[in-house]
Design a protein around this ligand. Structure first.
Ligand code: UDP
Length: 329
């Protein structure tokens, strides 16, 4: 029986990954400091008797070492995420995203464990060569705009993982997640879909930042889980950087808002908020972000399955059950 170690395992993507492995009969240990992760995301997994949540930080070398020694494969998903988190707490975010990865990679190297490092499409920065392909140049913003600290840190994480692979033969791979969405994602740290759905369900104004013409390609979290589980089982994926996204679901933020209003039957109105008001200093938005999926298709024949409307219906259904909590925002 496989033992899976997931850092950030109580978070949005981590909890879906843990759930899938539990359903497959594996043992899962999640390490999460619950900074953005939530115990309730994984509470239902406890009943299996094969899931354990360790509430601690990836910065704790001793704990990471112990958990790494005891696993067959590690997914390093723990990170400071969300635009608000990064812009408001840049120092803490940098520590987690740089030092945390350093600790996890060193432990994986010590025991020669297979490890997947989660990176992000933010690494492409302001590139306007579409679609974004793994070998493309990255165009990051100035270092006085703290949003970019996330992308720079993740880029260094990528360098570290590749260096371990090259110099120490560590079986490591890096995935660049594009806008991943689905039930359990919280809007608290800026993510657009949970925010719009909450606003629509409460008949509040839908807050579009900028003119709403910026677009994103969304991918369902279940498709992401399918991709990463297959990638870690693919020897040719080791030592690689791989986009995980959906190039079929591109939509402008304005159209997304309209679609959510339609699907919820909401009375919400659209309101346009200038970026200077929407975000604190140190923010720059991206106009567009589209993944090139050539590499992942070649490696595992990946084809995302879930359509945008289906994703939105799942998020709406999930948010409805949480409506009590929504008032606490
Ligand atoms: N956005 C918005 N209103 C919100 C939250 C986000 O218009 O309440 C916009 C945001 O400016 C960006 C897009 O939606 O252009 C996606 O934002 P998110 O934070 O979800 O992801 P990312 O910016 O990392 O792609």
């Amino acid at each position: 029986m496989q033992k899976v170690f997931i850092t950030g395992g109580a978070g949005f993507i981590g909890s879906h990954l843990a759930e899938s492995y539990i359903q497959q009969g594996c043992n899962v240990v999640a390490l999460d400091d619950l900074s953005t992760g939530r115990e309730e995301n994984v509470a239902p997994l406890m009943a299996s008797g094969r899931f354990k949540l360790i509430k601690d930080s990836v910065l704790d070398q001793k704990i990471v070492d112990e958990l790494m020694q005891d696993c067959d494969v590690c997914y390093h998903l723990a990170a400071a995420v969300g635009v608000y988190t990064i812009v408001e707490k840049p120092l803490n975010s940098l520590m987690t995203n740089l030092k945390g990865t350093e600790v996890v990679l060193a432990a994986a190297d010590k025991y020669q464990k297979k490890i997947l490092i989660a990176s992000t499409s933010e690494v492409y920065g302001k590139s306007n060569k579409f679609p974004f392909s793994e070998a493309d140049d990255t165009i990051m913003g100035a270092t006085d705009k703290s949003r970019w600290s996330y992308a720079y840190a993740k880029a260094i994480d990528e360098f570290m993982a590749l260096a371990y692979h090259q110099e120490k033969k560590l079986p490591a791979l890096v995935v660049r997640f594009f806008n991943t969405v689905g039930p359990r994602q919280t809007g608290r740290y800026g993510m657009v879909i949970p925010n719009f759905v909450r606003q629509a369900l409460l008949n509040e104004d839908i807050t579009i930042f900028g003119d709403g013409h910026q677009s994103r390609c969304f991918i369902y979290v279940g498709d992401v889980i399918d991709a990463v589980q297959r990638l870690v089982e693919t020897p040719q994926a080791l030592g690689q950087i791989i986009n995980v996204g959906n190039n079929n679901l591109e939509i402008s933020i304005e159209d997304l808002a309209k679609k959510i209003i339609e699907l919820t039957g909401s009375k919400s109105k659209l309101t346009y908020i200038p970026y200077e008001k929407a975000y604190p200093l140190g923010f720059e938005d991206m106009e567009r972000r589209v993944p090139d999926l050539f590499k992942i298709k070649k490696l595992i024949g990946f084809q995302p399955k879930v359509q945008l409307e289906e994703i939105l219906q799942m998020v709406i259904a999930h948010k409805k059950t949480k409506l009590g909590d929504l008032y606490k925002y």
